[in-house]
Design a protein around this ligand. Structure first.
Ligand code: NG6
Ligand code: CA
Length: 512
């Protein structure tokens, strides 16, 4: 254990002392529980609280009506792994090599010595748990994990007391649940093997055995077949441990509720990372056909159900008033992300990214401007906020709320915006840097958005995504052109230069 972590662990044994300056000093039990519900690939426009008309998400709407609805909340990146990295470490992922979309056999990307968002809560005496999609690597080195033993390091090394996770994503092997760093329901006589380069002899693949598939890939996703769906990567064995996609939402929601129940007597932090509506979209039978938009819409309804279950549980346990619930998404939406699931054919007038341009993978707002809700009934006044905010700030913001001192030199990009998150005013960030799938950067300040020139295609046909890459400056006035339709860089050379320089400064120096 590193010395910083050791010191913090010592401090964590005296949380009341640590909290002495906070408003929770008299009554440490009044510290609020925090449940962070993190959707996967659900866009700003996918939720009825943000204006979706073709789809109704009543539980999310209820959450929105009892809290603050942010209209300018961002994930730190337009894809999953870097967004989650930034969320947990308080560091922009583009500062760190190896934080791109992780393979299912990637080693732990956030190393044990790293101070994380979960550590903030642990240092304040909270019980901490993560349930759902992980996608931040597991074990020491890529490809060398022993999937059949203790897969370590893992969530327990970066601040989580409890974990029940999918190692990577629904479309990546291994297709098993991992609880407290052990595969669930594994038969030792049928061990799991994982490879991202070559197949195991005699094992069918989506490419060679399409007759075995119940859902066909549209691009990629043609390696090992699990539950009639071909995935990214190869695996064999672990028959008794393999998940059934139609049950994932129910399984992880049950685990989230069980964590809440078993933690109800002390403050807890739950990071509940749902897998809806990432591909493959295979919602449970009671959601099939319910949205009229095919599996993608049905998966959004299933997500809404998970949210409802959490809210009901909190109510039933009498924890409603003492729990902050935050809902957001790891990146913007995508319609066809690699399976023929009719998402495109049945989309109709629905606009997953709302009025924003681009989507998942993109530098345009659709890539990172995602749903953002926070409720704390009785404490946070309901409303709408258009302050510029980012998930990278959760670490510093909750450290402030709980009066936990963050060690020097960690979480370099995380800023405290507690007042704004709690809807007490404040304009949020002055500047926010964002990254797309090619790691090209953009910077915005609430009004202006500058996308730096960068390599890579402007458009991806497979996913129908405008990446936003161009080999020249782009500047958009978000206050008059929320859809980023008109590049006004040439007409505004001073603003363009200012933002370019600011971006360079932030790249070179963490202090902003
Ligand atoms: C892409 C996958 C996509 C999705 C994404 C990660 C292909 C062709 N596409 O490479 O389906 O898995 O990675 O999504 O393989 S994320 O939300 O976890 O970042
Ligand atoms: Ca995602």
């Amino acid at each position: 254990m590193s010395s910083i972590k050791h010191f913090l662990t010592l401090m964590a044994t005296m949380p009341v002392g640590l909290l002495s300056q906070s408003s929770f000093a008299q009554n440490p039990n009044a510290r609020p529980n925090v449940v962070f519900i993190y959707a996967d690939d659900i866009g700003f426009g996918d939720l009825s609280c943000n204006g979706a008309k073709t789809i109704k998400t009543p539980n999310v709407e209820m959450l929105a009506s009892q809290g603050v609805r942010f209209t300018n909340m961002h994930s730190a990146a337009a894809t999953c792994t870097p967004s989650r990295y930034a969320l947990l470490t308080g560091e922009y992922a583009w500062r760190k090599q190896g934080t791109g979309i992780a393979a299912g056999n990637a080693g732990s990307i956030i190393r044990p010595e790293r101070y994380t968002l979960a550590d903030v809560f642990k240092n304040a005496g909270y019980r901490t748990g993560v349930v759902g999609k992980w996608h931040l690597g597991l074990g020491d080195k890529t490809g060398t994990q022993d999937w059949n033993g203790h897969i370590t390091p893992g969530p327990s090394d970066i601040g989580f007391d409890y974990s029940f996770i999918l190692a990577a994503t629904g479309d990546r092997v291994p297709c098993v649940y991992v609880e407290d760093e052990h595969i669930v329901n594994l038969d030792p006589k049928d061990p799991v093997f994982v490879d991202y380069e070559k197949n195991f002899e005699g094992e069918p693949t989506g490419k060679l055995n399409p007759e075995l598939l119940k859902m066909h890939p549209s691009h990629g996703h043609d390696n090992s077949i699990v539950n009639g769906i071909s995935r990214i990567g190869f695996m064999k064995g672990g028959k008794s441990a393999l998940w059934k996609d139609e049950e994932i939402a129910e399984r992880i929601t049950d685990k989230a509720l069980a964590f809440i129940e078993s933690s109800k007597d002390k403050p807890f932090f739950l990071y509940f990372a749902t897998q809806d509506a990432h591909v493959p979209r295979v919602p449970g039978p009671r959601f099939v056909g319910k949205s009229g938009m095919g599996p993608r819409g049905d998966a959004i309804l299933e997500f809404d159900w998970s949210v409802g279950e959490v809210l009901q549980k909190l109510k039933k346990l009498g924890l409603e008033k003492n729990t902050i619930v935050i809902l957001s998404s790891d990146n913007g939406p995508v319609v066809d992300d690699g399976y023929k699931d009719q998402a495109l054919e049945l989309l109709g007038n629905h606009k997953p990214a709302g009025e924003f341009r681009g989507g998942k993978y993109s530098s345009f707002e659709g890539g990172t401007r995602i749903p953002g809700l926070l409720s704390w009934p009785g404490t946070v006044k309901p409303g709408v906020s258009d302050a510029l905010l980012c998930q990278v700030d959760m670490l510093a913001t909750f450290a402030e709320l709980l009066k936990v001192k963050i060690p020097a030199a960690v979480a370099p990009d995380s800023q405290n915006h507690l007042d704004t998150w709690l809807n007490k005013g404040g304009k949020g960030r002055d500047y926010l840097v964002l990254q797309n799938v090619q790691n090209n950067l953009s910077i915005e300040n609430g009004k202006w958005k500058y996308i730096a020139p960068g390599p890579g295609p402007a458009y991806a046909k497979e996913t129908n995504t405008e990446y936003g890459n161009l080999n020249k400056d782009q500047l958009y006035n978000l206050s008059t052109d929320r859809g980023e339709k008109i590049n006004v860089a040439e007409q505004n050379p001073t603003i363009t230069a200012e933002l370019r320089e600011r971006l360079e400064k932030i790249k070179a120096n963490n202090k902003q």
